[in-house]
Design a protein around this ligand. Sequence first.
Ligand code: PEP
Ligand code: MG
Length: 777
Amino acid sequence: MGRLLTRSHDLEETLENVVRLVARWMHAGGCSIYLSEDDGSTLVLRATRGLRPECVGQLRLRVGEGIVGAALESRETIAVPDWQRDDRFRLFPESGEERFRSLVAVPLIMRGMPMGVLTVQTARPRTFSAEELELLETISAQVASIIMNARLIALVAREGNIEPRSAARPEPFAAGTILRGIASSPGIAAGPVHLQRPQLDLDSLRYQPAASRRGEWRAVQSALRQTIRQLGDLRTAVGERLGEDFADVFTTHIMILEDQTFRQRLERHVAEHGDGARALREVLEDYSSIFAATPDPTIRERADDIRDVIGRVIEELVGVRQHNPPLRDGVIVVADWISPSDFVLLETEKIAGMITAHGGPASHASIFARSLEIPAVTGLPDLLERIRPTDRVIANGLDGEVIVNPTPEVLEEYQQRAQGFRRLWGRLDELRDLPSCTLDGREIRLSANIGGLNDLALAEHYGARGVGLFRTEILALSSRGFPDEDEQTRVYRNVAQRVAPDPVSIRTFDMGGDKAFPGEGVQERNPQLGWRSIRFLLDREDVFACQLRAILRANDPGNIRILIPMITSMDELDQTRAILAEQCERLGLSKLPPLGVMIETPAAVSIADHIATVVDFFAIGTNDLVQYVLAMDRENERIAASYDAFHPAVLAQIRRTSDVARAADIGCSVCGELAANPVAVPILIGMGISELSMTPFSIALVRQIVRALDTEKAEHLARSVEDCARASEVREKLWRAFVKMGLIDDRDLGPVIRRLLAARRSERRSTPPERSGMLPS
Ligand code: PEP
Ligand code: MG
């Protein structure tokens, strides 16, 4: 309990933890905390185990009213073995407390100030021993002290020492509120909220230093000591989970804080003006400009570390704890936005669901969520303002709904839907060893998109035939730097050996865009159109050549293919081939592995016939292709409804790419998210695509669709959608095709297909009424 209290950074979350633990220790079905309101005459239920969660914040009673009110008024613990025999009891039926019989109410008092009441309730009448009551009183004294601290912090914030984080906070969500976002990873999860906090905004920080410079320097030193201790804990935790390489970043951080030059600079700045927070920011600026000016890229990369670590010390100094508390099992992570580098540091095995305010389904966080089978919803911009750490939520990644503090009935309903979803997956699982062949015997290779070795287990589980896309930039993001040649060789060789004899397409680092690289220090106005992928690699030939050598060295099993991202010109391709040839020669290799390019820009589609003369395969990246064809940011949730791969302009680009590949007799796969969309499969196969690469999770469903298809009919369908002017017409044709295939009414598959073909928000506005009757409401 002591550990929990010292770690607590938020009153509501702490109260929630306290009631959970006390209920467990006391073997009691109920434990609640009531806090007194500002006027001191009312008590409000603030956290509970056992009473209805929707009563939190709603259930009020006067001081003196009922046993709870009486405990606060008398400032004495009251224990009642059976309330039915006690006249003071006042029943609140809406809270569901009639199922309890015994009640202990312990007042929360801090330095003589009454603050609230902690209660414990059991279903059977019972008496509490003197030891139990003593324990409860000890806990209550601790809880009272946190409440006092939290209130003091709020007061200090109001006085202006710290930017008031909670001032004018919008109303929390009413129990049972349904929010509509965007479904970005299928499945349904329910659980307690875990708020993933954004980084501290240094610019808006206000801080009151100590009265004397000596006192301020002491405060800074203590913040440094605290931060070093925290970093040590983090290093151990990350090391245990992800290995020593990952933990090293924290060693670097500790070294920075222990460095004498760093400390001397800091002390000088504090001595100058006596403001520790300002001194830390000044040192940060000094270091950043020194690092930015150095030509050595490995030193430039450290600038982000400095920012990170100094940010932590500032937080410690000003007393605003921004660090995310450790995850509990089964939480629903709620965040503003999750970048790929945030994602790799999360303990994903503990996450039951994910809700983000920003980012569309094509964002990398959504793609990772799908590959880890974590249900996710995105596109809820007001969410973080109003959600509370004590809320419980349902994240419905099938329909894009979030339900805050659902009633038991709603929870039950969703649990049944989640069960239906699992049943479908179970059914598909049984088919996982069957070939993915169309009814007329054409084999479609279903391969996996992976981000590292860890994803291979899932790929194997779902029966992937090879790896169609290995996003190697994830390695760089997770180690916050490019792994050296030997380390890369080891990883690539491991993957190739595990997948052999099936092929592995290793895509060279696709940095930039939303996968901004720590330390490059580039702030671009339009990163999606900026220094991305191949542009970055050709400028950083050291990184590119090193990666190519690692890939070539890893190819003992002979199943590796090299895949180059974001090609827009033959010049880029010529330079790439020259660097590759040079590395081959350096390694004394006579034979190159197959070389392919991602077709993910309209430019690449336009010159695909030229590209086809010098490469061995195409991999269509529909995520970026949609973004660049439609000029719509794939990360922007506001336009997610119109970011649509069924737009006829996008389909025309896929058709052209596939035709060029066939004419040149080279392979052509689709490895963007469209490949994982079961309702797109008939069109893609009808266009002649022979390999679909996707998050392993989606393979089962796609296999089922492939097995229900006839190639000739698929070709006919693909030709017929070419005449469509609108995405809605494409969906109508697909709807009819699925009706004919008999899949629309399938008990488990039908709802999935219907949902995927349902009109989108943008279409509902524009589809003429006489035609919209074709679509389900
Ligand atoms: C794509 O753009 O479709 C693709 C597969 O690459 P990424 O999502 O990694 O940009
Ligand atoms: Mg891409």
